[in-house]
Write a protein that binds this ligand. Structure first.
Ligand SMILES: NC(=O)c1ccc[n+]([C@@H]2O[C@H](COP(=O)([O-])OP(=O)(O)OC[C@H]3O[C@@H](n4cnc5c(N)ncnc54)[C@H](OP(=O)(O)O)[C@@H]3O)[C@@H](O)[C@H]2O)c1
Length: 293
């Protein structure tokens, strides 16, 4: 089976390549991992030609405009990459009867709930990034009968830029850190998300929308305290800064973020037979890999 990955240099793109054995252990796999230079989603008119050249059986769209704050200014570019390009990919998949796995975000929700978001909950994004991702989801599902949407949140891994790496850098530079404690979600180890996506391709279930993150709940403050403590015990950090919880109001950003974006995964764990891993255990796994790199 030919599987084409967009955004090959991103966190998820890298993790999908690293975990492709999950699929290759069962079926012959030809992996086509395309970087932005090889398939630029902002050049919407060229997408069909590139896909025609490779004729993949499955496309995993791991590419996205992910700069949440910058999206408030580069609105049109975010829409082109996160929505218009997805429409083209979905149309190509429908025309050729191929499968699309489109990756989306917890930011499609407004964060007003206080219990985990289910796949049946209504989306209502509060920022441009979330809005463009919501449009992308809608195009994937309306244009392609064999499309899946996988929503995730707070993604991090050894490869790429993410919150864990930022905290490790800040912790080595500063004595004190103030981290937001009133935004609640669940961190997702990119390798676990990638393994879930390979399971989806293997199992081809009828359900179209899936939620995935690691297990448990955290604020950014909780997450940063765990990062610093675990990194210190691993010897990655030689000393620990003092971390103070702060309110979102005291840390204004151009884009508004949902206050609560925990995704319900009970359905994923049971229907896809994916074992839940607590986010703290996943973090330890990532830091261990980071130390060995
Ligand atoms: N990161 C998170 O916390 C998070 C949370 C929720 C959902 N998600 C979703 O998860 C998916 C994977 O995210 P990630 O964490 O792997 O993001 P990432 O590390 O920022 O990677 C995004 C990738 O998209 C590529 N890209 C950007 N613009 C492109 C374009 N015009 N054409 C082709 N490729 C382009 C980037 O290319 P370059 O390498 O050249 O920059 C990068 O490789 C995305 O759909 C994202 O919306 C992420």
């Amino acid at each position: 089976m030919k599987v084409l990955i967009t955004g090959a240099n991103g966190q998820l793109g890298y993790a999908l390549q690293k975990t492709s054995n999950v699929f290759a252990d069962h079926y012959a796999l030809e992996l086509i991992a395309l970087t932005r230079a090889e398939l630029n989603l902002s050049q919407v008119g060229s997408i069909i030609n590139v896909l025609d050249g490779f004729l993949p059986d499955v496309i995993i769209n791991a590419a996205a405009y992910t700069a949440v704050d910058k999206a408030e200014i580069e609105t049109e570019l975010a829409k082109i990459i996160n929505a218009d390009a997805v429409k083209q990919i979905a149309i190509w998949c429908q025309t050729h009867n191929k499968t699309l796995i489109h990756v989306s975000t917890d930011f499609v929700f407004d964060g007003k709930k206080s219990s985990p978001y289910d796949i049946t909950d209504e989306t209502n994004p509060i920022g441009i990034y979330g809005k463009t991702k919501q449009q992308g989801e809608a195009f994937a599902l309306s244009e392609c009968e064999t499309a899946y949407v996988v929503r995730t949140g707070w993604v991090y891994g050894e490869h790429g830029a993410n919150f864990v790496k930022t905290i490790l850098r800040l912790a080595s530079e500063r004595e004190n850190l103030g981290i937001v404690s009133d935004q609640i979600g669940t961190p997702t180890y990119a390798l676990h998300l990638a393994e879930m996506i390979w399971q989806l391709i293997l199992q081809k279930p009828p359900q179209k929308i899936w939620h995935f993150s690691d297990a448990g709940v955290a604020s950014w403050y909780d997450f940063s305290v765990a990062i610093v403590n675990e990194a210190h015990s691993f010897g990655i950090l030689v000393r620990k800064p003092i971390i103070k919880p702060i309110a979102t109001l005291d840390y204004p950003t151009p884009a508004q973020r949902p206050a609560f974006s925990v995704l319900s995964k009970t359905n994923t764990w049971s229907n896809l037979n994916v074992a839940p891993v607590h986010w703290q255990a996943a973090l330890i796994k990532m830091l261990s890999a980071l130390k060995q790199a």
